[in-house]
Design a protein around this ligand. Structure first.
Ligand code: ADP
Length: 141
């Protein structure tokens, strides 16, 4: 069965991938797998980055980590049963890289952003399904 489940969470969505997190927690409880919660912070274009404080990108990642931590408390995740990761770049690329780095054997991802309800599969989930080396569970939302 699965040992490590990567749950990518888009913090810019108000419900923050709650449906996929709930599903991942359910699977982890049943299988004893550990969870890796991941948020990918978008790269800042150079033109804009030049006008921001030098540690801006670091601060954004720190605040993303804090939000993931709050989410883990909200879902009563037990310490030791999960890790929090942040990355920056293209979401689908970083989700795939993070899965490989963490040795995840399953990615649980939402099918698309909640407001695009007529989409069967959004671009992020589609690319992850196509390119990930491990299994991917797409949670329909
Ligand atoms: P779409 O692919 O329809 O544009 P989204 O990009 O919002 O929809 O992605 C659907 C799912 O992909 C999210 O619920 C989340 O699991 C994952 N995802 C998207 N963007 C990010 C991100 N920046 N960090 C982590 N996961 C993300």
């Amino acid at each position: 069965m699965f040992k490590k489940i990567l749950v990518p969470i888009d913090l810019s969505q108000s419900d923050s991938g709650e449906a996929s997190l709930v599903k991942a927690v359910e699977m982890a409880d049943k299988t004893g797998a550990s969870l890796v919660l991941l948020n990918v912070v978008a790269d800042i274009p150079n033109l804009v980055a030049d006008r921001l404080p030098t540690n801006y990108a670091e601060e954004v990642q720190q605040s993303a980590a804090k939000m993931l931590d709050e989410l883990s408390s909200k879902h009563s995740l037990k310490s030791g049963s999960y890790e929090i990761r942040t990355a920056h770049g293209q979401a689908y690329d970083e989700i795939i890289n993070a899965a490989e780095r963490a040795g995840a054997d399953l990615i649980v991802i939402a099918s698309h952003r909640p407001d695009l309800s007529d989409y069967l599969l959004g671009s992020t989930a589609a690319k992850v399904v196509r390119h990930a080396k491990c299994s991917v569970l797409v949670v329909r939302n």
